[in-house]
Design a protein around this ligand. Sequence first.
Ligand SMILES: [Zn+2]
Length: 144
Amino acid sequence: MRNIDLITLHCSDSSYGNAALIESWHKARGFRMIGYHYVILNSYPTERSYSEKRPEFQFDGYVETGRPSQMIGAHARGYNRNSIGVCLIGRSQFTGLQFGSLKRLIAEIQRQHPQACIIGHYELDNNKTCPNIDMDWLRGILNS
Ligand SMILES: [Zn+2]
């Protein structure tokens, strides 16, 4: 089993999407498969649902599995070996259901990897703002 001490958070920097869409982006960049281990959807899983302003509320907060967690991901340069990558769909606004699912997912990961800390991509890479969430605030609500 991999030694996981980081749960690295990302956002898709898109208003819509799902694991299949992100996988298509990552394959276009030359990855063999999606680089994240988990993707947490909002209510716009597809470009069409967003452009037609037809939210699909059953997807809000839905957690999709990307790369199997036992495989090293491709999401945080220099930190992939020891981390699990989680991506929230959105640019800078996320839903309560996404945060609720994130909290449950983190608890599940930490049951298997009690050492794992929650960190934002920008805290590992000064050139990033991802996930566009103040991580001190987020850790506060996740721990409450
Ligand atoms: Zn990121």
